[in-house]
Design a binder for this molecule. Structure first.
Ligand code: PAF
Length: 287
């Protein structure tokens, strides 16, 4: 496994790989890797000759009062984990190398970011769409793998790839959870011991909502009310949003006819956590 920190070098390496007929899969990450990231890399490993994992804490997707400076980082540990799942290249550039000081081009979507995390994190998806495009252009990947935990992110990226006729396949991988149901996230490391218990309220609320739907509940408002009260019964929780919406457009749904996305963003102490599931009228989730 080789680590590359310069974008031009990465581009040249990937150009040569492509010219020799190799397929490339990209796994974009912000590092501090966990089992969820490794599951994306394993999928990438199975689907391409060459796996590139990018590790870059992207400043343009953080708001002014968010955790950019505190975001956990450990490149040496990350490299070991990447090697353990057969990654070929770690691309770990610095901010200067990727953006420079004359940077002025951004990608803005006009509808999908007007929901869920886009409302509480203005500019977040502009930063995500921009960095993901840059990483795709640098690595010239044939496909890129993203986790469903960031459900809205995946929709934004799929929409952007379609709108801009980008020649890359987007693969979505299932949410990976701890044994007790907590969705894996680099931000889980911020949680103190009692907060860890409160963090379980997210996956449990989703589970309860699916149980309600399986027993015939169709009204989103009742599902949302139940989830809100359940989450708020745990110490140190504050709700950013609880939404039941169309899985493709993210528009709110009042009555569940087929399937619906239930998405949550909750602060536990000062840590903002997200989780989601597709509610279906027939099957039950297993968070
Ligand atoms: O999901 C993430 O870790 C980030 O949003 C991504 C896709 C690596 C872009 O910085």
């Amino acid at each position: 496994m080789e680590t590359i920190t310069d974008k031009r070098k990465m581009q040249q390496v990937c150009e040569a790989l492509r010219a020799s007929g190799k397929t490339i899969a990209l796994v974009p990450t912000m590092g501090f890797l966990h089992e969820g990231h490794l599951s994306l890399m394993r999928i990438a490993r199975q689907s391409a000759d060459i796996v590139v994992t990018s590790i870059f804490v992207n400043p343009t997707q953080f708001g002014p009062n968010e955790d950019l400076a505190a975001y956990p980082r450990d490149l040496e540990r990350d490299k070991g984990l990447c090697a353990s799942v057969g990654v070929d290249y770690v691309f770990a550039p610095g901010v200067e190398n990727l953006y420079g000081n004359r940077y002025q081009t951004y990608i803005d979507l006009h509808q999908l970011p007007n929901h869920l995390c886009g409302l509480s994190r203005p500019g977040h998806f502009r930063g995500v769409a921009t960095i993901v495009t840059k990483l795709m252009n640098i690595t010239k990947a044939h496909r890129a793998v993203f986790g469903q935990k960031d459900y809205q992110q995946v929709l934004v990226i799929r929409q952007m790839v379609s709108d801009l006729d980008m020649d890359i396949e987007i693969v979505t991988a299932p949410i990976i959870r701890e044994a007790d149901g907590l969705a894996m996230s680099s931000r889980n490391t911020y949680l103190k011991a009692p907060q860890r218990e409160s963090a379980l309220s997210l996956s449990r609320a989703l589970h309860k909502a699916q149980e309600m739907v399986s027993s015939g509940m169709r009204h989103s408002s009742q599902l949302i009310d139940a989830a809100r009260s359940f989450i708020l019964s745990f110490p140190e929780t504050a709700i950013d949003y609880v939404a039941v919406c169309d899985p493709l457009t993210l528009e709110d749904i009042a009555i569940i006819e087929g399937s619906a996305l239930m998405a949550l963003a909750v602060r536990v102490g000062s840590t903002r956590l997200i989780d989601n599931t597709i509610l279906t009228r027939t099957s039950a989730i297993n968070p």
